[in-house]
Design a protein around this ligand. Structure first.
Ligand SMILES: [Zn+2]
Length: 77
């Protein structure tokens, strides 16, 4: 599990989530994964793209095809 600090494409807030290789399809990189930002007001899903070292290359507000899992954001560790 790798802790990631990123920003939500919907509200630009800093978000935290944990990701591991089993969360993504490792046949093709960058691999999409859905991240749900739960901020108490709304739950918004974005698509984040990870490379083979689980670095996030980019993200988009849209729910793109191909993600295996939905990951929730976590409270600031
Ligand atoms: Zn957000």
């Amino acid at each position: 599990m790798v802790l990631k600090v990123s920003s939500c494409p919907h509200c630009n807030s800093k978000i935290f989530f944990r990701i591991e290789l089993s969360d993504i399809n490792t046949e093709r990189f960058p691999a999409p994964v859905y991240i749900v930002h739960k901020n108490g007001i709304y739950d918004k899903t974005s698509t984040f793209y990870a490379d083979s070292k689980l670095r996030i290359s980019y993200s988009t507000k849209e729910k793109k095809a191909g993600a295996l899992k939905i990951l929730n954001t976590i409270d600031k560790p």
